[in-house]
Design a protein around this ligand. Structure first.
Ligand code: ATP
Ligand code: MG
Length: 242
């Protein structure tokens, strides 16, 4: 169903699904990305398909951490590019931080398509993987950019796989993720986990970063100090079990 009528009870969910399917057709998203999306959808259903208070808390802390970082980097995979290309570009400009194309299933063509899409949406600072490798990992995503993820102190990796999240943490980086499944390895291991659909979370993160940017560094630090990711994950699980 491509033209989803507003009257359809699951219109929003179906439109998001269409965006992922179009991502596959445009050579941006991997077919495997459809399965990852399906897993996400199930958890979205369980959290009520709304941005919950635990996600809002995480978004605020994420904005503060991105602003305090020396070398923040935004990692972009095929699902994120299909769902929120404009917001990723906006986030990159507001922090500011480079976007780094980084996909799980190796494909130079798809990497290039993602770069072209981001450029079309106005991105100015896009890094490509390949001139350096991450430690502690042995698949395609060990490739990264020397000036990007390899050098970063804070990495924003929405919809990330658990292995790579762990590798980034072992390398001493701070990790912020968006993940609808509070039980995934990424959600459990990240420093800040935004348990929300990326489609809802990204516009809020852009807005929050813009607002916090007007405040002082000490205030960003205080937000980070007072943030407790374990508590946020617990609240997300509680919402699911309710
Ligand atoms: P992990 O490797 O962290 O244990 P996993 O193997 O279950 O997780 P991956 O495919 O590696 O899953 O990671 C993708 C994650 O992104 C999943 O937890 C999935 O629920 C989540 N996800 C998928 N689509 C969205 C979306 N639109 N918004 C937020 N999260 C999403
Ligand atoms: Mg995984």
């Amino acid at each position: 169903m491509r033209d989803v009528p507003d009257s359809h009870p699951r219109a929003v969910s179906l439109r998001i699904r269409n965006a992922i399917v179009e991502g596959v057709e445009m050579g941006i998203t991997s077919p495997h990305g459809l399965l990852a999306h399906g897993r996400g959808e199930a958890f979205d259903y369980l959290i009520g398909e709304k941005t919950q208070p635990f996600a809002k808390r995480a978004i605020k802390a994420a904005a503060a951490l991105l602003l305090t970082a020396k070398h923040p980097v935004i990692s972009v995979n095929g699902n994120a590019a299909a769902l929120v290309p404009v917001e990723l570009v906006r986030l990159s400009k507001v922090i500011p931080a480079p976007l780094e194309v980084n996909i799980f299933h190796a494909s130079k063509k798809r990497e290039k398509n993602i770069k072209t899409l981001l450029q079309k949406k106005g991105a100015e600072n896009i890094l490509m993987p390949g001139n350096a490798v991450l430690e502690y990992i042995d698949h395609n995503r060990r490739f990264c950019n020397r000036e990007g993820i390899c050098k970063a102190d804070v990495v924003f990796v929405p919809l990330e796989d658990g292995d790579r999240c762990e590798a980034l943490l072992k390398m001493g980086k701070k990790v912020i993720t968006v993940d609808l499944n509070p039980m995934s390895r990424t959600a459990q291991k990240a420093n800040i986990t935004i348990v929300d659909n990326i489609v809802r979370a990204l516009p809020l993160l852009v807005k929050e970063t813009g607002q916090l940017k007007k405040r002082k560094r000490v205030q960003w630090k205080k937000i980070i100090r007072n943030y407790n990711n374990k508590a946020v994950l617990k609240q997300a699980l509680y919402r699911i079990k309710r």
